[in-house]
Each structure stands twice: as C-alpha cells, then as structure tokens.
Design a protein around this ligand. Structure first.
Ligand code: HEC
Length: 167
C-alpha cells in the first residue's frame, strides 16, 4: 500500500466514525426528547386520574364541615337535622304541597276544602277510615293522594281538611 492510499483509507474510516457519532447523537437527542414528552404526558394523566379519584372518594361531609357549619349558623338558624324534609311541615303546608290541586278546585269530584256539606258524610266514616281511603286511593284520587307522605302526615292533613269544613 502506498502512503496516499493508506491516508485516503484512514480519512474515510474517520469520516464514517464521525458520521456514525453524529447520527448516534441525533438519535439519542430525539429519543430523550420523546421520552421527556411521554413522561410529561404520563405525569398529566396521573394527575388527572389522581384528581378524579380524590373527587370521587372525597367525603360528602367532614367533621370539620359539620362543626364549622353549626358554629357558623348557630346564631341564625338551627343546625339542620337529618329527617325527611316534610316532617317539619304543618298540615296546611302538606295540604298545599300535594292535595290542594284537586281539593281546592273540586277537580274530578274531589270534596272541596271547607265545603262542609261535601265533608259531612265523609267525616261520619271517621278519621281512620278516611286516612285508609287516602292511602289506598279512591276514584280519581291516586294512592296517598299522589303524595309521598307518611300515614301520620296524611292523617294530619285529613284532620286539617275536616277542621276546615268545620267538622
Ligand atoms: C288527583 C286529584 C286528587 C289529589 C291530588 C288528592 N285528592 Fe283526595 N280526593 C280526590 C277525589 C276525586 C276524591 C273523591 C273520591 C270519590 O269520592 O270517589 C277525593 C277524596 C278524598 C277524601 C275523602 C275520601 C272518602 O272516603 O270519600 C279525602 C280524605 C282526601 N281525598 C284526602 C286527600 C289528601 C290528604 C290529599 C293529599 C295528600 C289528596 N286527597 C289529594 C282527588 C284528589
């Protein structure tokens, strides 16, 4: 081999090595970029999953909420008690909530509120029987008068209706 050929050979070997190095670096660079982006995405997804989970397992109310709520409202309103909302309603409110629509208008032959003639014969059956009739429904009146009232509540409304008829 002549010296010039040897030189030419080592130059091309060097070029190949440099080329490989550059390609390798670019490859590593792209790889690290991709990995970075992927990592960030995963982080975001994890955060979302975590946030969703926290929201779902969050207690509806904590002891702090309850104590804070009661002390905050202590001067203004009583702490809400956990009972059915209608339990504290008076008979006339219950009446207005579910019975008024028919019994104020006399719709479908409903005995009207305060119509003593219409209630006279019914009152004779006694409150118990009337409550039982309301519970099971009668004629155009659906069971429970179409309400979700308890029998106790229905009784108070029936008594209210009889009172209004002067009975
Ligand atoms: C959809 C209309 C309607 C609603 C709502 C309704 N009623 Fe009536 N109610 C009637 C009709 C109609 C009658 C008469 C039924 C008959 O005599 O055939 C009646 C009859 C009654 C009677 C007399 C029952 C008897 O033996 O004759 C009572 C008591 C009564 N209703 C109570 C209530 C109460 C309490 C509510 C509310 C919780 C209520 N009603 C809601 C239509 C209604």
């Amino acid at each position: 081999m002549t010296t010039s050929v040897k030189n030419e050979f080592s130059v091309s070997v060097l070029l190949v090595i440099v080329w490989l190095a550059v390609v390798g670096l670019i490859y590593l660079f792209v790889l690290s970029m991709a990995k970075d982006g992927f990592g960030k995405n995963m982080e975001r997804v994890n955060q979302q999953v975590e946030a969703g989970l926290q929201a779902r397992i969050k207690p509806v109310m904590t002891l702090e909420d309850i104590t804070a709520g009661s002390s905050a409202s202590a001067n203004t309103a009583p702490v809400m008690v956990i009972t059915s909302a209608s339990a504290s309603k008076s008979a006339d409110q219950l009446y207005a909530g579910a019975c008024l629509a028919c019994h104020d208008t006399g719709a479908a032959g409903a005995p009207k509120l305060g119509d003593s003639a219409a209630w006279q014969s019914r009152a004779a059956m006694g409150v118990n029987a009337l409550v039982a009739t309301v519970v099971s429904g009668k004629g155009a009146m659906p069971p429970n008068g179409g309400s979700a009232y308890s029998e106790m509540e229905l009784r108070s409304v029936v008594e209210y209706m009889l009172n209004q008829a002067g009975l």
